[in-house]
Design a binder for this molecule. Structure first.
Ligand code: HEC
Length: 285
């Protein structure tokens, strides 16, 4: 630890307190094993980056082909197309080609044929993109999400730079992994790009934050690490938006049975100045 904080001091020219090890309990319970890299497949390759949070995290998988899934609060969806299909049906009530069944399956409540949203085999008009005119809403939603740019972090300041170091030193990055690299993509400029989503896209037991909802192999106590890119521009935090206070969002990570407990203990042991820098760093994302 002395070694680590000496490095930190040199880098920032500021006095830093000695941080306890990010997650000693987790490392012990994980038997010292580091997380394996996973073969590149869908959106991006690695789940971990050699950190030792290790065996507690687990990935959600697709039952049909056994590959990792990463979209949604419980990492329950395989692709943006499936995500759009699920949301259009479950949140908006519009049946579609990916999710063709009405949520209410009472035959007395089926008033029209399904799917309501579908491929337009004879589109009325073709605008700028004939493909969009032929495609279902769900396909167009997926294209919109796929081609939306990531948020741009604010320029670093001395405070946010130190906050980023604190974030890494106390173990936030064990779940909110900073860098991920895309696999090969058919979309221009999206192949083998290293980007900063601040998530491992894996599931973690989060104690009383759990919502009791189980999806796929995610239990009611588990959530996918929320990607933190753009978090400085969000108003409500956590899966149910229960707080608009970043400090509360961090403290709520800690409760009986949460994998984040040791990290939140380290957060609470920080000096107020380092806590403030960490918050400033999150606000800058
Ligand atoms: C054991 C894994 C784990 C660790 C360690 C962890 N987090 Fe999280 N974090 C999560 C999960 C899972 C969620 C989503 C929880 C939810 O939505 O209820 C989350 C959500 C958040 C959110 C809310 C994001 C949003 O958009 O709603 C913030 C902010 C956050 N974490 C910051 C931190 C910080 C700062 C640290 C270090 C002090 C940290 N986290 C450590 C797993 C972790």
């Amino acid at each position: 630890m002395q070694h680590r904080s000496a490095r930190l001091r040199r880098a920032t020219h500021e006095q830093q307190r000695d941080f306890p090890h990010p997650d000693p309990d987790l490392r012990r319970r994980a038997g010292g094993k580091c997380f394996r890299r996973r073969p590149a497949g869908d959106a991006f390759g690695a789940v971990g980056s050699g950190d030792c949070l290790g065996d507690l995290r687990h990935v959600q998988s697709q039952r049909n082909d056994g590959t990792i899934t990463r979209f949604g609060w419980k990492a329950q969806n395989k692709s943006l197309l499936i995500f759009a299909g699920e949301a259009y049906n479950v949140e908006q009530g519009v049946t579609n080609e990916a999710f063709p069944n009405e949520r209410d399956d009472d035959p007395g409540c089926q008033f029209n044929g399904s799917p309501e949203d579908r491929t337009n085999l004879t589109p009325a008009a073709t605008g700028n993109s004939p493909a969009a005119a032929f495609s279902s809403d769900v396909v167009n939603f997926a294209a919109f999400m796929r081609l939306s740019d990531a948020s741009t972090p604010a320029p670093p300041t001395a405070s946010t730079t130190n906050g980023f170091r604190v974030f890494q030193n106390i173990g936030c990055q064990a779940c909110h992994i900073v860098n991920q690299t895309t696999a090969k993509s058919r979309f221009t400029g999206q192949s083998e790009v290293t980007f900063q989503p601040f998530s491992d896209f894996a599931l973690h037991a989060m104690g009383s934050l759990g919502d009791g909802i189980s999806q796929g192999n995610a239990s009611g106590r588990e959530f996918r690490s929320a990607p933190l890119w753009g978090v400085g521009q969000r108003i409500f935090f956590l899966h149910d938006g229960r707080t608009s206070n970043l400090i509360a969002a961090i403290e709520l990570h800690a409760s009986f049975g949460s994998e984040a407990n040791p990290v939140i203990r380290s957060f609470n042991a920080l000096s107020p100045a380092n806590q403030q820098d960490l918050i400033n760093f999150l606000r800058s994302l």
